[in-house]
Design a protein around this ligand. Structure first.
Ligand code: HEM
Length: 418
C-alpha cells in the first residue's frame, strides 16, 4: 500500500497531518485543535500553515490575497506523481472547472447561473417539498421493523430525494447516485491507500458517465428542473460549455447530498447523547433553527478547507510566501473560546451559534446553506415528532472520510410512533 507523506508526518506528531490522516483524531479532534490554538493564531507546520482561529479563518476566506486551491496539491509524495500519470479524465470536485476551484471571472459566471435557485426565498418555497419527502420516508420506516440504521434509511435518503427533485434526477437513479457519491467522497482527502484511491477514481468516473447520460436525456426531453434550465442557458450561447455544465451540475448534485447526510446523522447523535437538549426542543420547537446552527457549529460536516496566497503576505506575524498554503480548520474555528463560551458544550439555545464557519465564507460561501438548514430542521423535527421515544441501539460507525465528517451508520430503536 502506497500512502501519502501525510501518514508519516501524522505519526511524527505534525498537527496538520494528524487532522487529515489520523483516524483517532477524527473521532476526537479536541486535543489537536487545542494544541494548534495554543501555538498561535496561524501556525507553521511541516507541510504548510494551519489555523483554528475564528478571526483568521473568517478574514482569509474573504481576503483578496488568497485564492481557492486543492488541499493535497503540495504534498511531495510518490502517489501524487503516479496520480498525475493515471488520473482519469473524470471531473473532480476540487479541480477546474468545478465552482469550488475557480475564481472570477469564471466563478462569477458559473455561480450566477445556479445561485437564484438557492436563495433563502426560493428555499422557503421548497420547504413543503422537503416536508413531503420526510413524511414519506418516515411512513416507510413505520412499515419496517423497530430497529433501523437511521443513516441508511433516512439521513442519506432525504437529501438525495430533495436535491434529486430540484435537479430532475429520476427516482430510479437515486440509489445509484448515492453509491457513486459514497465511493467518491474521499476524493477530498489525503492519505488514501491505493485501494481507496482506485475506488474514488471509479466513483468519479461512474458518476461522470451517469451525468453525461442524464444531461443527454434532459437535452432530448427537458423538464422543469434546474439541470434543464442550465442546459437551456448553455444552448442560448451565454452559459456554460459542455464540461462546465457537467462540472457545475455535478457539484451541485454531489454537494447537495454528500454534506447534508452528515449533518442529519450528527444532529441525531447529538440529541440522543444530550436528552436534556432534546427535551428543550420537544417542549419548545422554536428552538429548532438555533439547534441546527449549533449542530453545524459542533459537528462541522466539512471539517476544513484551504486557501493559497496570491502574493507574499504576513498573517499574524507569520510570513506566507506567494503560493503558500493555509489550511483553514472550520471545525476548530467553531470552537474558538474568544467567540463561543464553553465551546465544547452542546447548547440548543446558544445565542451566537450562527457565527460558525461551517459553510465557509466570502465568494465561495456554500450555495446550498439555506437549503441544508431547511432540510435539517424539517428532517429532524419531523423524525422526533413522529418517533418521540427514539433511542440509540448501538455504537454506530463513523464515516471513513477526513474532510467530510459524519456517521456511516447509526443503529436506533424507533420506539412507538406518535
Ligand atoms: C460550497 C459546506 C450543503 C452546494 C461549500 C463550502 C462549504 C460547504 C464549507 C465551501 C468550501 C470552501 O470555501 O472551500 C456545506 C455543508 C452543507 C452543505 C456543511 C450541509 C450541511 C450544500 C447543499 C448544496 C451545496 C445542500 C446544494 C445546493 C454547494 C456548492 C458550493 C458549496 C455548489 C460551491 C460554492 C462556490 O464555490 O461558489 N459548501 N454545504 N452545499 N456548497 Fe455546500
Amino acid at each position: 500500500v502506497v500512502r501519502y507523506g501525510a501518514k508519516k508526518a501524522a505519526q511524527a506528531g505534525d498537527p496538520q497531518a494528524m487532522l487529515v490522516a489520523d483516524p483517532a483524531t477524527r473521532a476526537d479532534p479536541r486535543q489537536v485543535f487545542e494544541r494548534i490554538r495554543a501555538s498561535g493564531p496561524l501556525v507553521k507546520t511541516r507541510i504548510s500553515n494551519i489555523t483554528v482561529n475564528h478571526r483568521v479563518v473568517h478574514e482569509l476566506l474573504r481576503s483578496d490575497d488568497f485564492k481557492v486551491t486543492e488541499l493535497g496539491a503540495d504534498l511531495p509524495t510518490p502517489l501524487r506523481w503516479i496520480e498525475n500519470k493515471t488520473r482519469s479524465k473524470a471531473l473532480h470536485p476540487l479541480k477546474p472547472p468545478s465552482l469550488l476551484s475557480v475564481e472570477p471571472p469564471e466563478h462569477t459566471r458559473y455561480r450566477k447561473l445556479v445561485s437564484s435557485v438557492f436563495t433563502p426565498r426560493a428555499v422557503a418555497k421548497m420547504r413543503e417539498m422537503v416536508q413531503e419527502k420526510a413524511d414519506s420516508l418516515l411512513e416507510e420506516l413505520v412499515a419496517g421493523g423497530r430497529e433501523v440504521d437511521i443513516v441508511d434509511k433516512y439521513c442519506a435518503q432525504l437529501p438525495v430525494a430533495v436535491i434529486g427533485t430540484i435537479l430532475g434526477v429520476p427516482d430510479s437513479d437515486r440509489q445509484r447516485v448515492l453509491e457513486f457519491g459514497e465511493m467518491a467522497a474521499p476524493s477530498l482527502d489525503l492519505g488514501l491507500s491505493w485501494e481507496q484511491f482506485n475506488r474514488v477514481e471509479d466513483g468519479l468516473e461512474q458518476f461522470d458517465a451517469w451525468l453525461a447520460d442524464h444531461l443527454a436525456e434532459l437535452r432530448r426531453n427537458p423538464g422543469e428542473d434546474l439541470m434543464s434550465e442550465l442546459i437551456k442557458a448553455t444552448e442560448d450561447g451565454v452559459g456554460l460549455d459542455d464540461q462546465e455544465l457537467r462540472a457545475t451540475a455535478g457539484l451541485v448534485l454531489a454537494a447537495g447530498f454528500e454534506t447534508t447526510v452528515n449533518l442529519l446523522g450528527s444532529g441525531i447523535r447529538l440529541l440522543l447523547d444530550h436528552p436534556d437538549q432534546l427535551d428543550l426542543l420537544q417542549q419548545d420547537p422554536l428552538h429548532w433553527p438555533t439547534a441546527v446552527e449549533e449542530m453545524l457549529r459542533l459537528e462541522s460536516p466539512v471539517q476544513l478547507t484551504a486557501r493559497r496566497a496570491k502574493r507574499d503576505v504576513t498573517i499574524e506575524g507569520v510570513p506566507v510566501p506567494e503560493g503558500g498554503l493555509v489550511v483553514l480548520v472550520l471545525a476548530g474555528a467553531n470552537r474558538d473560546p474568544e467567540v463561543f463560551d464553553d465551546p465544547y458544550r452542546f447548547d440548543v439555545t446558544r445565542t451566537n451559534a450562527n457565527k460558525h464557519l461551517s459553510f465557509s465564507g466570502g465568494r465561495h460561501f456554500c450555495l446550498g446553506a439555506a437549503l441544508a438548514k431547511a432540510e435539517t430542521e424539517v428532517g429532524l423535527k419531523t423524525l422526533f415528532d413522529r418517533f418521540p421515544h427514539l433511542r440509540s441501539a448501538g455504537e454506530g460507525i463513523r464515516r471513513d472520510t477526513r474532510v467530510l465528517h459524519g456517521w456511516a451508520s447509526l443503529p436506533v430503536d424507533l420506539g412507538q410512533p406518535a
